[in-house]
Design a protein around this ligand. Structure first.
Ligand SMILES: O=C(O)CCC(=O)C(=O)O
Ligand SMILES: [Fe+2]
Length: 438
């Protein structure tokens, strides 16, 4: 029944309403279950609904539906256990832990799988705080510099010693942040200087923005440009703001390890292969060994009603970590749904390590039409995508504020060296993911 009010609506009003409802139904038709989940977790007001997020550390508190999906499995070998007993465990020495300190201690022999997501494996944090800190330091100080590519290369010619070293010098009072040597020069096309990656920075920013799942900096930079203009502050001719290393380090979003990746074309530079960092290689080798041959029953049955099982039969002896991405998230950052499919070898697992703040990780199926499951990834946790899961859509819609473990806080230990890293981690999450290309 048409309401009495509607009968008196002007023609213009009716047309407007018609258009609005058409545009709504259009929006609806482009919505997917994956997009819906992203919207839920990205929302600030109202806050997200966290009801169905899998928390592998508190499965007892989960709904029966979640409990029925999760299987606890035993890893084939203890993580970091080498044939050589004398060798230090690469995930850190548990004997060094001070009992009273607040840590989540994984057992190094357990993992979880999700019945309707064959190929996804979750390993609760097997690292000691000290081992986590070492990797975080490596990501910021050693990996985020030449010759590894990073997102800032598109806009800046960065100092070869890396932004972190300059940032450290500023904090330690060894360098003035207004020192002209400290201001990171603009890219070659603006300053006339030689660029590190001439051909790469020429790739159209627009294209990069569209095709790269990592949220581009361009949007933020234009916002900053407008703010500078409003304040009457000088602008570099290109519109790329000149920032001190301490400001710029917070804009670091990703770096690549091993075979360098070209986001615009989603291919690896086969002629730009850098040696893969040994420590990260060892971690992944241990993980791949520990999951070799694990088997579990899924929720599926075949036509004879036989239960189906998933087995990870990737031979760990074939594992070669050849490429990696380190993602640096600030609290407001996210990665939209995507599939990592640039590797020629899609049989090998993709190993992913989380450090710092907890995030919501979404993982669905081969299209966005499949509703993803949501889970928490905490500092030290390892997630693995192998087998059929390797081609599933996944993403990180949200980093959760206030979730930095105490042991990563700047002043937690009497470790003056950690303070500057802890300050950075106070608003960050770091993800290291490793792939085999061939
Ligand atoms: O940050 C994460 O946990 C996932 C990152 C990711 O999916 C990627 O870099 O491809
Ligand atoms: Fe990914």
């Amino acid at each position: 029944m048409i309401s009495s009010k509607a009968q008196y609506k002007s023609k213009r009003q009716q047309k407007l309403e018609q258009r609005q409802s058409q545009s709504k139904s259009f929006t609806h038709s482009t919505q997917t279950p994956f997009r819906d989940a992203e919207r839920n977790f990205k929302s600030r007001l109202p806050p997200p609904n966290f009801d169905n997020v899998i928390d592998f550390y508190n499965l007892d508190l989960s709904s029966d539906e979640i409990k029925s999906k999760i299987v606890k499995i035993e890893l084939k070998v203890e993580l970091g256990k080498d044939d050589d007993e004398e060798k230090e465990n690469i995930f850190g020495d548990y004997n060094e832990l001070k009992e009273e300190k607040e840590i989540i201690k994984g057992e190094r022999r357990i993992a979880y799988v999700v019945k309707d997501l064959p190929g996804f494996i979750f390993i609760p944090n097997p690292f000691t705080p000290k081992a986590q800190k070492n990797i975080i330091k490596r990501c910021l100080k050693d990996f985020a510099k030449y010759p590894n590519k990073n997102n800032l290369d598109t806009h800046y010619v960065l100092p070869k010693e890396g932004l972190w070293n300059l940032h450290e010098k500023i904090i330690n009072g060894e360098l003035d942040k207004n020192d002209s040597r400290c201001v990171v020069p603009l890219k070659a096309s603006v300053t006339g200087q030689n660029s590190l990656y001439e051909e790469e920075i020429d790739a159209k920013q627009e294209k990069t923005q569209k095709e790269c799942p990592q949220k581009s900096l361009v949007e933020k930079e234009y916002q900053e440009k407008e703010e500078r203009e409003e304040k009457g502050e000088p602008l570099p001719s290109s519109g790329v703001p000149i920032l001190s290393p301490s400001e710029l380090i917070k804009k670091l979003r990703w770096i690549t390890l091993g075979y360098q990746y070209h986001w615009a074309t989603k291919t690896y530079h086969l002629d730009k292969r850098l040696p893969f960092p040994k420590d990260i290689e060892l971690l992944t080798t241990s993980v791949v060994k520990s999951i070799n041959g694990i088997k579990f029953y899924t929720n599926e049955t075949n036509e004879n009603n036989d239960k189906q099982y998933f087995v990870n039969d990737y031979d760990h002896k074939k594992w070669k970590p050849e490429a990696g991405v380190v993602n640096y998230y600030q609290l407001k950052d996210n990665i939209m749904a995507h599939v990592d499919k640039s590797e020629i070898n899609m049989e090998a697992p993709l190993i992913s390590f989380s450090f710092g703040h907890t995030c919501i990780f979404l993982i669905g199926g081969p299209t966005r039409d499949i509703a993803p499951i949501a889970l928490y990834l905490r500092s030290g946790d390892i997630s693995i995508m192998c087998g059929p899961c390797r081609t599933n859509f996944h993403g990180v819609p949200r980093i959760l504020e206030g979730t930095l473990p105490k042991y990563l806080e700047p002043n937690y230990d009497d470790d003056p060296e950690w303070k500057i890293y802890g300050d950075f981690m106070s608003s960050s999450r770091i993800n290291v993911n490793v792939r085999q290309v061939f």
